[in-house]
Structures are given as structure tokens and as C-alpha cells.
Design a protein around this ligand. Structure first.
Ligand SMILES: C[S@@+](CC[C@H](N)C(=O)[O-])C[C@H]1O[C@@H](n2cnc3c(N)ncnc32)[C@H](O)[C@@H]1O
Ligand SMILES: [Zn+2]
Length: 250
């Protein structure tokens, strides 16, 4: 597994570590590290529509884990089955760079990361990332970055497995995000995640928007230039998706 080499999200130059900060030799921006999280957003301006989403998740972070368990059950998927499905794929990702898009608190995925892989959790909400940091503490196989997924500070062809649990229901520009995912995924890399097909009745998780299985399929297969195979599995009103190299039948 190669070392993580973050790029400047603004100009895409390589970043140099200088003590606790990352410095861009191209545009001169200095990205600070606060409470174990590298902050790629504070030095840049955050789009207005993202500020609302960020505030919402900052304010929900303390209760988020129990909210998500309730939501999964409301979507007619028993929590045990939900977490087992995630575990099944993630524990197989040995010696990989695993990039979690909109990682939130990293619950429940954080406990399934193989010890020989590197987990990179990405989120705009510093409060969600703080919760995630308290799960991993200063584990050297984990990095947490505060970023906007539309500008992934990662080189092309660098990630083995991208994860996106319920995040595609929240990202503003899904097409742009999926293009970024395709850019950073290695040729044999995979994308695994899920979406809520209906919104919880109370829609207590307000920034959630519904996406249909068809919309998701069109985006994932339409933007993939490598002919990966899309496998889906529905559990209640949750659709799991796994985009991976097509199986060759001999
Ligand atoms: C519904 S939560 C999902 C959290 C977690 N993946 C889970 O399994 O519960 C969506 C997460 O995406 C983050 N998010 C929303 N828009 C984002 C963006 N443009 N870039 C990075 N993170 C974003 C939110 O802060 C939030 O933590
Ligand atoms: Zn730069």
C-alpha cells in the first residue's frame, strides 16, 4: 500500500508536511491540523449551500449514531443485517487504501477496517470528524480530512476502495462527486455504499434527498469508463451498491 500523498484541493500541487501543517508550494495555502483532523476547508471559502449542510451535521454529531440506527430501522432494515452487510465487504479489504466519502462519525464502518489497511475518512463537518477521531484516537492507519468531496485532495488512481454510506443522499452535486471518485479510484478499485430509497417519515435527517435506484444506476454506470459491474442488493428501503471489476467467466 502506497503512502498517502495529499494534493492541494485548490491547485492540485503536491503538499509538503511542515510540523502540524500541510503547505502548498503551488498556491501557498497552509492547511492546518486540528484535533487530529487536517482541515482543507477553513483556508478556502465554503459554498453557501454547503454551509447549511455542514451546520446541520455539526449540530447533530453528538446524537448522530443513534439517529442513524433509528433511521435504518425505519427504512425496514434490521440494524444487525445492515451492519453485517457493511462488515462483509469492508473486512475483505486487506492492505488497501479505503476512502470513506462523507464518513460522518465513521460508525459502524470504523470497527470493520482491517488492521493492515489505511482508512481515510472525509467529511465537511468538523464535529462529525471529532466523533470519528474519538473512535480511532491517533491510530497511525487512520487519517481524517475535512474536505468537500467535489474537490478530493487525492492523486489520480490512488484509492482501492471508496465507501459512501447514505452520503449520496446528501451530496449536492452527485455527478461531480462520482467523477471525482472515478478519478481517484485505481483501475481495479471499487465503490461500495448505500442509499435510502425513501426518506424516513419524520425526515429528522433534513438534508436527505431521495434518489431512485434508476438514477443511481445511470450515474454510476454512465460515468464509469472502465466497464465495471454494478451489483445491487435491497434491504427494506435501503439499496446497497457495489461497483467493481466485472467477473470474467472462463
Ligand atoms: C448522512 S451522513 C452519512 C454519514 C456516514 N457515512 C454514515 O454511514 O452514517 C452524510 C455525511 O456527509 C457529509 N457531507 C455532506 N456533504 C459533503 C461534502 N460536500 N463533502 C464532504 N462531506 C459531506 C456530512 O457532513 C455527513 O457527515
Ligand atoms: Zn495549492
Amino acid at each position: 500500500m502506497q503512502l498517502l500523498r495529499p494534493e492541494c484541493p485548490r491547485c492540485r500541487e503536491k503538499l509538503r508536511r511542515n510540523g502540524e501543517t500541510l503547505n502548498c508550494s503551488g498556491c501557498g495555502i497552509i492547511y492546518p491540523r486540528n484535533s487530529g483532523v487536517i482541515d482543507f476547508l477553513t483556508p478556502l471559502s465554503l459554498a453557501k449551500e454547503l454551509t447549511g449542510i455542514c451546520d446541520y451535521f455539526d449540530n447533530s454529531s453528538a446524537n448522530y449514531d443513534s439517529m442513524i440506527v433509528t433511521m435504518v430501522e425505519e427504512l425496514k432494515c434490521p440494524w444487525r443485517e445492515y451492519s453485517e452487510l457493511i462488515e462483509r465487504v469492508v473486512i475483505e479489504a486487506r492492505k488497501k487504501l479505503i476512502v470513506d466519502l462523507g464518513c460522518g462519525t465513521s460508525f459502524p464502518v470504523g470497527s470493520f477496517i482491517p488492521g493492515d489497511s489505511h482508512y481515510l475518512g472525509l467529511d465537511i463537518s468538523s464535529e462529525m470528524l471529532k466523533q470519528s477521531h474519538s473512535l480511532f484516537e491517533d491510530d497511525s492507519n487512520t487519517s481524517l480530512w475535512r474536505i468537500d468531496v467535489e474537490h478530493l485532495p487525492l492523486p489520480d488512481n490512488s484509492a482501492d476502495l471508496c465507501l459512501a454510506f447514505f452520503s449520496f443522499n446528501v451530496f449536492i452535486n452527485l455527478e461531480k462527486t462520482i467523477r471525482q471518485v472515478n478519478r481517484v479510484l485505481k483501475a481495479d478499485g471499487e465503490l461500495f455504499g448505500n442509499i435510502a430509497l425513501t426518506l424516513p417519515q419524520e425526515n429528522s435527517l433534513q438534508p436527505f434527498r431521495s434518489i431512485s435506484a434508476q438514477q443511481l444506476k445511470e450515474l454510476l454506470t454512465g460515468l464509469d469508463r472502465l466497464g465495471r459491474e454494478l451489483v445491487t442488493e435491497r434491504k427494506g428501503d435501503i439499496l446497497f451498491f457495489h461497483l467493481k471489476q466485472a467477473t470474467v467467466l472462463l
